[in-house]
Design a protein around this ligand. Structure first.
Ligand SMILES: N[C@@H](CCC(=O)N[C@@H](CS)C(=O)NCC(=O)O)C(=O)O
Length: 86
């Protein structure tokens, strides 16, 4: 199972919303394909994220079926409920 995770450039999984999601995916055994996005969340700096979710913030996950989800709380709830598919 592989999930694509768009996340910030923070180099640890301990500090931010992106790290929280990364840890959550790893903890349930989902393989993560990580892509780091530019620091600025100005929409022009993250066009791929805006195209996927209609907003510029990360974390964003994309599941095997193409479903894209943003907001760390929403994503973590889905992981814990077993609803995130690689
Ligand atoms: N409420 C959002 C916050 C996401 C968030 O603040 N993400 C940071 C990276 S960890 C970001 O995109 N920061 C850039 C900015 O807001 O300018 C969530 O929990 O997903």
């Amino acid at each position: 199972m592989t999930v694509k995770l768009y996340r910030c450039i923070t180099p640890t999984d301990r500090l931010c919303a992106c790290g929280k999601v990364h840890r959550g995916l790893v903890e349930v055994g989902i393989d993560v394909d990580v892509e780091r996005v530019p620091l600025s969340s100005k929409p022009g700096k993250r066009p791929e994220i805006v195209k996927l979710t209609g907003q510029p913030r990360v974390p964003v996950i994309v599941e095997a079926d193409g479903t894209a989800t943003h907001d760390s709380k929403t994503i973590v709830v889905g992981i814990k409920a077993g609803q995130v598919q690689g």
